[in-house]
Design a protein around this ligand. Structure first.
Ligand SMILES: Cc1cc2nc3c(=O)[nH]c(=O)nc-3n(C[C@H](O)[C@H](O)[C@H](O)COP(=O)(O)OP(=O)(O)OC[C@H]3O[C@@H](n4cnc5c(N)ncnc54)[C@H](O)[C@@H]3O)c2cc1C
Ligand SMILES: *[C@@H]1O[C@H](CO)[C@@H](O)[C@H](O)[C@H]1NC(C)=O
Ligand SMILES: *[C@@H]1O[C@H](CO)[C@@H](O)[C@H](O)[C@H]1NC(C)=O
Ligand SMILES: *[C@@H]1O[C@H](CO)[C@@H](O)[C@H](O)[C@H]1NC(C)=O
Ligand SMILES: *[C@@H]1O[C@H](CO)[C@@H](O)[C@H](O)[C@H]1NC(C)=O
Ligand SMILES: *[C@@H]1O[C@H](CO)[C@@H](O)[C@H](O)[C@H]1NC(C)=O
Ligand SMILES: *[C@@H]1O[C@H](CO)[C@@H](O)[C@H](O)[C@H]1NC(C)=O
Ligand SMILES: *[C@@H]1O[C@H](CO)[C@@H](O)[C@H](O)[C@H]1NC(C)=O
Ligand SMILES: *[C@@H]1O[C@H](CO)[C@@H](O)[C@H](O)[C@H]1NC(C)=O
Ligand SMILES: *[C@@H]1O[C@H](CO)[C@@H](O)[C@H](O)[C@H]1NC(C)=O
Length: 624
């Protein structure tokens, strides 16, 4: 689907009075305004820094640069608009995220809202040739406007491994941990709203009072599924750990969420960072503005050619950069913008008639992502099934609690307690994994979990759901796969979707890991007092062959992609940027987003992206 289709509000945003364009909506309606922080469409302007993409990393870097005492001028160019305007309260209310963000296995295209743009993948061989919609947030906030908002950090060992791969201690755990803390304003669980009988522990020292502006909390609701599932995990030998934010993941515990507990709304990179920098700074934002290409003077990035869109016409102009262009267009679009601008594999560029500025074969390669499998169990405690199935009584009650007390099911992302991470246990390893798979896995650090089991109070339920039926999605994710994907361009036009090939389960070892993870998750589920029966996979999926068939036909995605413009040491020919994000062969151009990760660390990437952007902003400001 070409991008133009989702821009009908462009003219509105460009011309409406600035005072009415806000983004943060609480009980009093629109309260925080961007006011004079809009750039003027169609007018060539020069800034110190020009940022392509107002997503997770882009808004974070923009805010840190704009808030610096040097008062730099900073432009943020964003293809989309404001999710709060485009999708009403759905995107903001944490409990609606399952409808909003996951057309892939909720299964209905009408649930896709305008702010979510799904790129259709190439046929995935490991998934029986299926093509899947890869949702991306095309709005200020980017992925943080579209995602499940689970907040967890990666492990000490994973970050030290990263530092070793790129030969630079800049990325070691000790050097990134302070930047994980820097972005977060943490609130402990509020037991006046959350059931106080639930045992929710967290890692107090992982946060600091000076942190912010991103809100991290536990929502204002946690479901009753937690204790029985925690008991099953204990029974299977997993140990409780105090939260997932101080460098450990292996074990089980309660995951936090990017939710502002005061308003019980989504805390995105827009409501947090972008809002913090708007007003009284040199920040200007350009909504509904597509970066067409980076303009070079020789090999120096001098600015960006952009296209604005109104209801009646398109118009183009140039936004120039005195110091740097910072590319933060995300895993699939940062490499696209590089390629159309002349930075990428020379043969690909030649095939599209694009002049080569820097021949970098690794642009678009090394795509690393986490395959996902959703099991759905019938359970004996109340879950979100009624809300999902549209039971109006349950929905009304949840809405009332939400509106009157900012609590109840809609205030929660639908997960939290009894999230677990592990390496495949010995019995499963010896039963299921080949020597080759085991050898591959042995290359990862000791604290790098190979898999994750995530309970989610939501999503798919049978169509014949009864009023008292409760279902829980229990999903497994693979963190140590060997297949890497790639992307390339369809044309020289950034309005066309890139060609993306995540290549999930593209190696035999990864299929074995999927079987191991599937088997283990089922073992945990059926050893719990919670589970009554399995809706999917059906009980008749039992032999190894049936399990592999089921996985190939049903596996889905986590939208965790990274590494398509990966960083590397100076002698690493399979890299695009250096360890400060600077694009090889070019001056004045950095890539700062998940595409520039050296590797995809285990866990959930949102927290890593915030840390990464904080760290890069610091490097830019201090010229280190
Ligand atoms: C449905 C979903 C669920 C997820 N769930 C979780 C979760 O629970 N926990 C977690 O940790 N992670 C989760 N993730 C992953 C996480 O959100 C992403 O890893 C992260 O947001 C990526 O940040 P980024 O800065 O790299 O890119 P993005 O946030 O995607 O930012 C890219 C921005 O660039 C803009 N852009 C692109 N091209 C152009 C152009 N040519 N011109 C102008 N602008 C452009 C886009 O519109 C977008 O705003 C989820 C992601 C999705 C999509
Ligand atoms: C909560 O769980 C932790 C870890 O299992 C345990 O140490 C603690 O005693 C529990 N607290 C309560 C009140 O049950
Ligand atoms: C920063 O610069 C902007 C113009 O780019 C100006 O409006 C603002 O007042 C300045 N702020 C400070 C604190 O100097
Ligand atoms: C390109 O850069 C050179 C110096 O590096 C400068 O003299 C020249 O004016 C620049 N050209 C343009 C079009 O900006
Ligand atoms: C969200 O908006 C819809 C449509 O206006 C409304 O019906 C619903 O009650 C709102 N939900 C809440 C919790 O305010
Ligand atoms: C991407 O990888 C696939 C194999 O999974 C390969 O067939 C294809 O040629 C690659 N494409 C690019 C652009 O590298
Ligand atoms: C992009 O490609 C089209 C045809 O495919 C061509 O007409 C156009 O000139 C190209 N634009 C640029 C800037 O290279
Ligand atoms: C319960 O777990 C054990 C391993 O601890 C496993 O052997 C057994 O099959 C599991 N039971 C069910 C019903 O899955
Ligand atoms: C299992 O049963 C379902 C119907 O309940 C059927 O559609 C499916 O093909 C069966 N699978 C296997 C592996 O027999
Ligand atoms: C790069 O250099 C480092 C340290 O000198 C070395 O360990 C590594 O093997 C080299 N990598 C490549 C790809 O040559």
């Amino acid at each position: 689907m070409p991008l133009e289709l989702v821009w009908p509000l462009a003219a509105l945003v460009a011309t409406a009075s600035a005072a009415t364009i806000g983004a943060s909506i609480n009980n009093n309606g629109v309260t925080e305004l961007f006011g004079d922080s809009f750039g003027e469409p169609g007018v060539a302007t020069e800034y110190d820094y020009v940022i392509i993409g107002g997503g997770t990393a882009g808004n974070t870097v923009a805010a840190r640069l704009a808030l610096d005492s040097a008062n730099y001028s900073v432009a943020v160019i964003e293809a989309g608009s404001f999710y709060e305007i485009l999708s009403g309260n759905k995107t903001q209310i944490p409990g609606h995220n399952f409808e909003e963000a996951n057309p892939a296995y909720v299964g209905s295209s009408q649930l896709i809202t305008q702010t979510l743009h799904a790129i259709k993948t190439e046929p995935i061989q490991g998934y029986n040739g299926r093509s899947i919609g890869y949702t991306t947030g095309m709005t200020f906030g980017g992925g943080t406007a579209a995602n499940y908002a689970g907040y967890a950090r990666s492990t000490k060992g994973a970050h030290d491994y990263w530092a070793n791969v790129v030969q630079d201690s800049f990325w070691s755990w000790d050097n990134v941990y302070p930047f994980y803390k820097k972005s977060v304003n943490f609130s402990p669980p509020d037991f006046t709203k959350i059931d106080p009988s639930l045992n929710i522990t967290f890692d107090e020292n992982a946060y600091e009072t000076s942190g912010g502006p991103l809100h991290v909390s536990y929502g204002n609701f946690q479901g009753p599924y937690g204790p029985p599932l925690a008991e099953a995990l204990e029974g299977q030998g997993l140990e409780n750990i105090q939260g997932f934010s101080s460098g450990k993941l292996i074990g089980y515990g309660t995951i936090a969420a990017a939710v502002d507990p005061q308003t019980a709304t989504r805390s995105s990179s827009e409501t947090s960072f972008l809002q913090a920098a708007a007003g009284g700074t040199g920040l200007k934002i350009y909504p509904n503005t597509l970066a067409k290409r980076i303009i070079f003077n020789g090999t120096r990035a001098a600015g960006v050619e952009v296209k604005g869109n109104s209801l009646t016409s398109d118009f183009s102009w140039t936004i120039s950069a005195r110091k740097e262009v910072i590319l933060s267009a995300g895993v699939w679009r940062s490499p696209q913008v590089l390629m159309v601008s002349g930075v990428g594999p020379a043969d690909t560029l030649a095939a599209h008639g694009i002049d080569v500025v820097s021949d970098l074969p690794a642009v678009g390669q090394n795509a690393w992502d986490h395959p996902f499998m959703a099991h759905i169990y019938k359970v004996n405690v109340e879950t979100n099934s009624q809300i999902v199935s549209g039971n109006s009584e349950a929905l009304l009650e949840a809405e009332e609690q939400y509106r009157d007390h900012q609590s109840g099911r809609l205030s929660s992302i639908g997960t939290g307690q009894a999230v677990s991470f592990e390496k495949y246990p010995d019995a499963i390893r010896s039963d299921i994994l080949s020597q080759q798979a085991k050898d591959f896995l042995s290359g990862f650090p000791e604290d790098w979990p190979e898999t994750n089991y995530l309970p989610l109070e939501s999503s798919a339920v049978p169509t014949d759901l009864g009023p008292d039926d409760n279902y829980l999605l229990y999903g497994s994710t693979l963190f140590a796969t060997s297949a890497r994907g790639n992307m390339t361009i369809r044309s020289n036009n950034t309005a066309d979707d890139p060609v993306i090939n995540p290549n999930w389960l593209g190696e035999e070892a990864d299929v074995e890991m999927a079987v191991a993870s599937f088997t283990r998750l089922r073992e945990i589920a059926f050893n719990s007092t919670l589970v009554e029966s399995s809706w999917v996979p059906e009980a008749n999926v039992t032999t190894r062959e049936q399990i592999v068939d089921w996985i190939r036909q049903n596996a889905a995605l986590t939208y965790h992609g990274g590494c398509t413009c990966r960083m590397g040491a100076a002698n690493d020919t399979n890299a695009v940027v250096d360890t400060r994000g600077r694009v090889r062969g070019i001056t004045g151009l950095r890539v700062v987003d998940a595409s520039a990760f050296a590797l995809l660390p285990p866990g959930y990437p949102m927290a890593v992206v915030y840390m990464f952007a904080e760290k890069m902003a610091d490097a830019i400001l201090r010229s280190t």
